[in-house]
Design a protein around this ligand. Structure first.
Ligand code: ADQ
Length: 484
């Protein structure tokens, strides 16, 4: 079979449909993320399977029955990996979220290097690999997603199962000095080099990874100078590439101009009395820099008192990992900071910070994006950051300004048209917001048109195509650099 037409098998921690217990009854809810939107048509057209955890640890739930009806509608198969509560604790909350997530975001002091987590991570990865081996054939292409499942190719090989495999890391890959803090560093490198293609969000991430490989295998060489390179380690030859993930541009752009959403946008602006809206939208996570952003708004109001009463900062945070202590503490910290800044600057008829802690419907989110004059996207570190791209897609008026952290993967692609800032530099962020506030309409339009053109052409479908083509292409010269 033509390599590019192989059946696709996607493997990720969670399935594109989640089982939810609502009032004692289990139901299936389809996932709405960009990855599902992009991969579903590919899976449907060439035939495919998605393998992952369903989100239900209750052994009495008829998972296969519930997912069967979803599969029939979706047009591709779903296969679950059943996990016990203890496995979810060790592999997901433990190793994935308390070791790899903070370390790969350069926040090593937040890591809990618990050897028990590591063992459970390996056990669960083995369980996933068994399912992959059971449900796939030699002709299939197995595409594994993210840091929860770095050992898939390694375990398939140890079982003697030959598969063509690709891996995509959605979060950053750290520099060697940070990666070396991981007690299981060599085992992770050993596992990753068993994939045929290892994909990253940026060239910098890819190069960090290659430098870590070289640390353990000094004779490692690379060939190529584009987005994708061939890596040779003596015993292994594989590809490593940069594939900046994106969004379904048209879906967001079309929503933003739909009549009912235009109405919603109008109402939002009315409610805020035509003051300039500065918007932050994030999962509530310590990597997103939300406390620092609120402090930057405080600095803005102190340094530029003439903006008092003329701006509103709207922060929308979607609840995330709510059972984890650190995330509860972060929520408390944000509540406190919002209260402090509002206490310090409010006057009758004006409150500077509007904070919403909830999951918004897509339509409401788009209305916020469309209403905002300035998007303040300032993560301390981020693999890519889709909010930056969603904001541009929804800015149909082409008058918004994107202020973007230089530590978000998106900065590598968007730096020519976004206002880049260091999120730790509160004065610098405040100055950027002040400048954006006063920015001339012609300049704003030029920048936003540039951003929108880029996201339109480098959308999520482009991303899927480039990853799959780079996995099979015989000419890596077809993949020019994707960022700087
Ligand atoms: P995340 O860390 O989840 O993803 P991000 O890329 O910003 O980060 O995506 C967040 C998503 O959540 C966006 O699609 C946004 O629309 C949605 N969202 C945020 N707040 C919301 C709210 N209040 N209500 C509803 N939806 C909300 C990881 C990596 C990123 C990488 C992505 C994709 O950490 O760096 O960009 O994967 O690879």
């Amino acid at each position: 079979m033509e390599p590019g037409l192989r059946r696709l098998v996607v493997v990720s921690n969670r399935l594109p449909a989640a089982l939810k217990n609502e009032g004692g009854e289990w139901t299936v809810k389809p996932g709405a993320g960009g990855l599902v939107t992009a991969l579903a048509p590919v899976l449907r057209d060439r035939g495919g399977i998605w393998i992952g955890w369903s989100g239900a640890s209750d052994p009495t739930v008829d998972v296969d029955g519930l997912l069967g009806s979803f599969s029939a509608k979706a047009g591709y198969e779903l296969r679950t990996v059943q996990l016990t509560e203890e496995e979810v604790r060790g592999y997901y909350f433990g190793f994935s979220n308390e070791v790899i997530w903070p370390l790969f975001h350069d926040l090593q002091t937040r890591c809990h290097f618990d050897p028990g987590y590591w063992r459970t991570y390996l056990d669960v990865n083995f369980k996933f690999a068994e399912q992959v081996a059971r449900h796939t054939g030699k002709e299939d292409y197995v595409w594994v997603h993210d840091y929860h499942l770095m050992h898939q190719a390694f375990f398939l090989k140890s079982m003697g199962v030959k598969r063509n495999t690709g891996f995509f890391l959605h979060i950053p890959f750290p520099t060697p000095d940070i990666f070396m803090k991981l007690p299981w560093r060599w085992k992770i490198i050993q596992a990753l080099i068993e994939f045929d293609m290892v994909g990253f969000q940026t060239t910098q991430d890819r190069d960090n990874f290659v430098r870590c490989v070289r640390h353990f295998i000094p004779e490692c060489t690379t060939e190529g100078d584009g987005a994708v390179v061939t890596v040779r380690t003596g015993s292994r030859e594989f590809r490593a590439g940069a594939f900046p993930i994106s969004i379904d541009f048209n879906q967001f752009a079309n929503l933003a101009t739909r009549e009912d959403i235009v109405q919603k946008t109008f109402k939002l602006r009315e409610a805020l009395k035509h003051r300039k809206i500065i918007l932050g939208v994030d999962r509530l996570d310590y990597t997103k820099g939300i406390p620092e952003r609120i402090l930057a708004i405080r600095t803005l109001l102190k340094r530029f008192p003439e903006l008092t009463g003329r701006v509103n900062f709207v922060q929308v945070a979607v609840p995330s990992r709510e059972d984890v202590e650190e995330y509860k503490d972060l929520r408390d910290e944000i509540d406190l900071l919002v209260g402090r800044v509002n206490g310090e600057f409010s006057f009758p008829g004006w409150v500077p910070v509007h904070y919403h802690y909830r999951n918004l419907q897509r339509e409401d989110l788009v209305a916020y994006y469309a209403a905002a004059d300035i998007a303040l996207v300032t993560p301390l570190r981020d693999g890519m950051n889709l909010v930056a791209k969603e904001y541009c897609a929804c800015n149909a008026s082409e008058s918004g300004v994107l202020i973007l952290s230089e530590f978000a993967g998106a900065a590598a692609q968007m730096q020519d048209y976004a206002y880049l800032v260091n999120p730790y530099d509160l004065e610098g962020v405040a100055r950027a917001v002040n400048r954006a506030f006063h920015w001339d309409k012609v300049d704003r339009r030029r920048m936003m048109v540039g951003l929108r053109d880029h996201v339109r052409s480098h959308n999520i479908f482009w991303w899927v195509d480039s990853f799959l083509q780079a996995s099979f292409s015989t000419n890596l010269g077809d993949f020019p650099p994707v960022d700087t």
